[in-house]
Design a protein around this ligand. Sequence first.
Ligand SMILES: Cc1cc2nc3c(=O)[nH]c(=O)nc-3n(C[C@H](O)[C@H](O)[C@H](O)COP(=O)(O)OP(=O)(O)OC[C@H]3O[C@@H](n4cnc5c(N)ncnc54)[C@H](O)[C@@H]3O)c2cc1C
Length: 418
Amino acid sequence: MANDTVRVAIIGGGLAGATLANALYKLPHIAVNVFESAPEFSERGAAVGLSTNAQAALQESVESLKEVLQKAGSVPIASTRLMIGSGPGAGSLLLDFAGMESEPELIVHRASLLRELLAPLPKDILHPNKKLTKIDTSGDGVTITFEDDTVSQFDAVIGADGVFGTVRSHVVKSDQDQDFSASPGGFWDCRVLAPFDIAKATLGEELFKLDRQYGWLGDGAFIMHDVLENGTLVQMVISAVERDPPKDRKRPLTREFLESTLSSWMEGPIAKGVIDLILEQPNPQGYSQWEHKQTPTYAKGRVCIIGDAAHATTPWQGAGAGQAFEDVMVLAALLKNRVTSPKDIDAAFLAYDAVRRPRGQQVVDSSRGTGTILCGMDPEAGLDPAKLMPALGPRWAFLELDPKAHIAAALEKVAEFS
Ligand SMILES: Cc1cc2nc3c(=O)[nH]c(=O)nc-3n(C[C@H](O)[C@H](O)[C@H](O)COP(=O)(O)OP(=O)(O)OC[C@H]3O[C@@H](n4cnc5c(N)ncnc54)[C@H](O)[C@@H]3O)c2cc1C
């Protein structure tokens, strides 16, 4: 029997939605459309680091990934150095992770990666200026309404609409006893880009001999910098412990505020220069890091959530985008191999939830703990180099994943829900 066409709406055209569209648009039995609330498909923010694990997941969904990453100006990270940034030991090297030449970690400008993920997609499946406002599953299929009052009908709806997404509130209902919406993770951060030559002149040549990522760990905060956009730009990040999260999730950054946050860093080699570079930007802001502390399901009937809509996390393990790519890899395999008509969707989405949710939650929880250590706030390790390495060393191992085995586990799960 020939497959029915299954009509799939992706809500949100960020990294998760665009990657899923790449995985689905060529499948003959799927008709996919992507709806984005912004007037154009675009990415805010500076860079995203792609671990080898994230690249392996992306590889499952994107044709010619190497070319996509090259066109996006990705830069291999030659090594990551972890340094002490504050106090008497400031400037000392804690650790140097050498990058693997054959499978390097990459750093890429977010806007450039999104541009290249969107490039192969047919223009007529991309719908900007379409803000989803309502989901109705009372009839046949899923009826979605947009802010402009237009209504469309689909067989399945996938929410890739980010940390404060509308689809999440359909899939996961909060009430007065349990709140499943995002909440502050305990840190804020600020990310800016500076031209390579200016960053090198301000922070010192020594730090730019190789395309290294530097992380400076210290009292109540963490500073990071890395080179991107084919070596022409430098991203700088200050993250710090947040004790009084502002309601609107952002704070203006002044010299007084930054110098008091980093008061025990000011005699060290990094904070002064990074503060100067941040204050050269127009209107610099610090943003609270928000996360989903609990999520009882990623799927409800023919509606599911992926990426930050499902498991927004603090960025301390550099794993948020990688998790979105893993969601896509699993969901696309299920839609390709286990869905031949709309009646198969519920079971496929439940299998997706069963395989992906424990891992998504593990990343959220582990990332918060890693932030505590990297800001020198771990009660055991503090800023003691001898204790920091044993505390940090094992925290990334669980992110390693065999993509084929993960997909196979999801495909096998479907039988349990059919
Ligand atoms: C500052 C920062 C640094 C990070 N660094 C890293 C890193 O180094 N490595 C890593 O792996 N991860 C990193 N992450 C995490 C990673 O970037 C995210 O996990 C990833 O981008 C999430 O993508 P997404 O598509 O799920 O969500 P988003 O990028 O938030 O996209 C959601 C999209 O949905 C649209 N939308 C929202 N509501 C609606 C609606 N109602 N209707 C239609 N469209 C809607 C939005 O406009 C947006 O385009 C970082 C995150 C941040 C914030």
